[in-house]
Design a protein around this ligand. Structure first.
Ligand SMILES: [Zn+2]
Length: 447
């Protein structure tokens, strides 16, 4: 087996599990490493043990016989430099690279066993690798930010997205206020964040209001209409439980119909709704209330939306009111943010892609640490959405390499965004590309 290291092979030993090489460096020093004097003499030899990349399923160890020298000029001793040995860890530089790469694919314990090194060191190498990846992959701050959720190993984790670009830019172990506050505090150009779309989770709102008071928090309409659908579903289930078998057949396809918007009903379906009005009046009423709530989102102004909501509230008679409790409470608690939607109609168009990502990630969550999944998701270069620098047509000699240009932000009175023309803009992880990679089976967490 060629060793491919710049050393002279003295001896090789092999057991069932291990291969050991005894090595000596090829180039000997001619000067003192400390004062550069040529007046040096050999001292004793040291034997140092280092780990290397496993080979043929066996662990590889190197014993390097290193020469020590004494410098007669500065009266100090030094050891010869060992090429391709990592300065911090007792291993070859190529093993460090190997660990960096493999630690994103395999559990640390497997790797530790394969190499023969401690799991703690592998974790350390992984950690510093992640830090350097983070420094290499700086994502653009979005003007419209989303804070979403991913369920991983039975815990909700916050995910930061760029809504306009449909990208993921960060994910966290939890969804606490302190976590989000820390992130927002470290966010570059946070003044350009105009809107933050969130679901109804108070810590997100508090974090944004504390750190970026200029950003308008918006509750996506999706979260509100979802509550309407669950109100309806709750009633439907109660109703079905109280019916006779014959009646149940009568309402066989009700679930599908209830979810449909009134404007899309066929003649036959419209007939069914009027049949409900005569035979199941509360069901019909619930359906029309759901429609009323959806119609709020067809308002052409905030004022119109307020009016539509009061009309909805006025129709909540005693027999149906308690089914709408969650909706009433949500609108009460989140009034500003829900109606902010009518000034800033921000919506996560990527919900479906996100759900597919969530399912996949949750499966991986069983064998991998959160940090591994995060790193793999965020730092796989092929799925980043980037924009190459624009060609500067007026480029002439003497123009500084990084020419800063002010880009006015359209329609809003906010400070202009500064972009560096020659910089590649990285918007983060493209959700569509991510889903494609997942479906292709390319983004995997095993060998
Ligand atoms: Zn010296």
């Amino acid at each position: 087996m060629p060793l491919n290291l710049p050393y002279k092979l003295l001896k090789q030993e092999e057991t069932d599990y291990d291969i050991f090489f005894h090595l000596e460096s090829l180039k000997k020093p001619t000067h003192c490493l400390l004062c550069n004097s040529e007046n040096i003499r050999k001292k004793d030899k040291l034997k140092n043990f280092y780990f290397d990349i496993p080979s043929r399923g066996k662990r590889v160890g190197l014993t390097i016989h290193a020469q020590r020298y004494f410098c007669k000029s500065c009266k100090k001793s030094f050891r010869e430099v060992l090429p391709q040995i990592h300065t911090k860890h007792n291993m070859t530089e190529r093993l460090v690279k190997y660990i960096e790469e493999k630690s994103l694919q395999r559990p640390f314990t497997h790797l530790a066993e394969e190499i023969g090194y401690t799991e703690g060191t592998i974790r350390k190498i992984f950690k510093s690798h992640i830090e350097s990846l983070a420094a290499q992959n700086k994502f653009e701050t979005p003007t419209v930010m989303g804070i979403d959720e991913i369920h991983l190993a039975k815990r909700a984790r916050a995910v930061i997205t760029n809504i306009s670009e449909k990208t993921i830019i960060e994910m966290f172990k939890d969804r606490n206020k302190t976590t989000i506050v820390k992130y927002l505090q470290g966010l570059e150009n946070s003044h350009i964040v105009l809107n933050v779309a969130i679901d109804m989770w108070k810590p997100y709102k508090d974090a944004v209001n504390t750190i970026m008071p200029h950003s308008v928090v918006v509750i996506d309409k999706f979260h509100v209409v979802k509550l309407a659908n669950s109100a309806l579903e709750k009633y439907r289930k109660e109703l079905r439980a109280s019916l006779s078998n014959k009646q149940r057949v009568d309402l066989k396809n009700d679930r599908f119909l209830l979810l449909k918007r009134k404007s899309t009903l066929s003649d036959k379906e419209n007939f069914i709704v009027s049949y409900w009005e005569n035979n199941y009046p509360i069901l019909a009423k619930m359906y029309l209330l759901k429609e009323k709530l959806f119609e709020i989102y067809e308002a052409d102004s905030k004022e119109d939306a307020y009016t539509r909501y009061s009309e909805f509230e006025n129709q909540l008679t005693q027999e149906v009111k308690h089914y709408w409790h969650d909706v009433i409470r949500a609108v009460g608690n989140w009034h500003t943010e829900i109606f902010a939607y009518f000034d800033y109609p921000v919506t996560n168009a990527y919900t479906e892609a996100m759900n597919s990502v969530i399912r996949h990630v949750d499966r991986m969550g069983r064998s991998y640490s959160f940090e591994t999944i995060r790193a793999k998701m965020l730092y796989t270069k092929s799925i980043h959405k980037t924009q190459r620098p624009k060609i500067n047509k007026r480029y002439d000699l003497g123009t500084p390499a990084f020419c800063r240009k002010e880009v006015p932000t359209i329609g809003r009175s906010l400070p202009p965004q500064i972009v560096e023309e020659n910089k590649v803009i990285n918007y983060g992880v493209d959700m569509e590309k991510l889903v494609k990679e997942i479906q292709k089976g390319a983004l995997r967490f095993d060998d």
